[in-house]
Design a protein around this ligand. Structure first.
Ligand SMILES: C[S@@+](CC[C@H](N)C(=O)[O-])C[C@H]1O[C@@H](n2cnc3c(N)ncnc32)[C@H](O)[C@@H]1O
Length: 255
C-alpha cells in the first residue's frame, strides 16, 4: 500500500475543490524521482473505524501492490473478462455500482486517498463483489508498471481534480503526455471516458484529446457525449442538475 511520504493537506473527503493553496509551497506537487508534476494533493486521511476494518479484513483479498511486473488479469480475477480501470475513484461509490451492475466485467480502481480505499473495500464487502481489485497508489505509476499494453476495454476518469486556478492548471491529470501514455494500455477500440463538471476543464480535455494521436472522438469531432447509462449519476451531480450546473462527458476510442 502507498506510504504517505509527502506533505499532507487536511481535507478528509475527496472533493471537486481540493485544498490547493498549500500545494505550491510544499513538496507534494512534484514527484522528485520522476521529475513529474503530481495530479493530487495527498490529503490527511482520517480513517473511520469501518474503513480501517475493511482495510484490515479485505485488503489482502482485493488489494494490489505496485511491482515491476505486469499484471496477468486472468490470474488476478480467476477468469477471462473485459477489464476496465478507473483512475481516482474517490470514495468508490460509482465504481462499486458499476461493478455490481456489470458482473461480467473486471474493474481495477486506482486511488491515492486511503480513506477512499477503505470506503470502497467496505462497499465490496457489503455488496459481496468479486470483480474489483484496488491499487492505493499514483495511477500514473500503476499504469506504467502493472498494466499491460493493449489490455483494457476501458479507462475511466470521472470528475478529476479540476485545479481550477490558472497557475495550477499544470497539475491537471489530462495533458498531452498523459493522453499519449495511456493510449497504449487500451485495446484497439477500447474507450477512454472522462467526465467533469468544470466547463473549462471539459474544454481543456477536448483540446488535448482532439489532437492526441491514436484516438477518435466516439461522439464525432469536438462533440461531448450524453452520460452513458453505465456511468452512475452521483449525488453531487444530481444536486448540480437541480442548480442548472453542467456535466460534460467525453469518450475517445483508441484507434
Ligand atoms: C475530485 S475527486 C473525484 C472522485 C471520484 N471520481 C468522484 O467522481 O467522486 C478526484 C480523485 O482523484 C484522486 N487522484 C488524483 N490524481 C490521482 C492519481 N494520479 N492517482 C490516483 N488517484 C488520483 C484524488 O485522490 C481524488 O480522490
Amino acid at each position: 500500500m502507498q506510504t504517505a511520504t509527502m506533505t499532507q493537506t487536511t481535507s478528509d473527503t475527496p472533493s471537486n475543490d481540493p485544498i490547493i493553496d498549500n500545494e505550491t509551497k510544499s513538496d507534494d506537487s512534484v514527484d522528485i524521482q520522476n521529475f513529474r508534476i503530481r495530479s493530487f494533493a495527498l490529503r490527511q486521511g482520517r480513517l473511520s473505524q469501518a474503513q480501517q476494518n475493511a482495510l484490515d479484513n479485505l485488503w489482502p483479498q482485493f488489494g494490489l501492490e505496485v511491482a515491476d511486473e505486469l499484471l496477468d488479469f486472468d490470474k488476478v480475477f480467476g477468469r477471462e473478462a473485459p477489464t476496465i480501470v478507473e483512475i481516482g475513484f474517490g470514495m468508490g461509490k460509482s465504481l462499486a455500482e458499476m461493478a455490481e451492475a456489470n458482473p461480467d466485467q473486471n474493474y481495477i480502481g486506482i486511488e491515492v486517498h486511503r480513506p477512499g480505499v477503505g470506503a470502497l473495500l467496505k462497499l465490496i464487502g457489503e455488496k459481496g463483489l468479486t470483480n474489483i481489485r484496488i491499487f492505493n497508489h499514483d495511477a500514473i505509476e500503476v499504469l506504467e508498471q502493472r498494466i499491460p499494453k493493449d489490455s483494457l476495454a476501458g479507462l475511466y476518469l470521472f470528475f478529476p481534480d479540476p485545479w481550477h486556478k490558472k497557475r495550477h492548471h499544470k497539475r491537471r491529470i489530462v495533458q498531452p503526455a498523459f493522453a499519449q501514455s495511456i493510449a497504449k494500455h487500451l485495446k484497439p477500440s477500447g474507450h477512454f471516458h472522462m467526465a467533469t463538471d468544470w466547463e473549462d476543464y471539459a474544454e481543456h480535455m477536448m483540446e488535448v484529446m482532439s489532437v492526441a494521436e491514436n484516438y477518435r472522438n466516439a461522439a464525432g469531432e469536438k462533440a461531448y457525449t450524453p452520460r452513458p447509462d453505465y456511468r452512475p449519476l452521483t449525488k453531487f451531480e444530481q444536486r448540480g442538475h437541480r442548480l442548472g450546473h453542467g456535466v460534460w462527458d467525453l469518450i475517445f476510442e483508441r484507434i
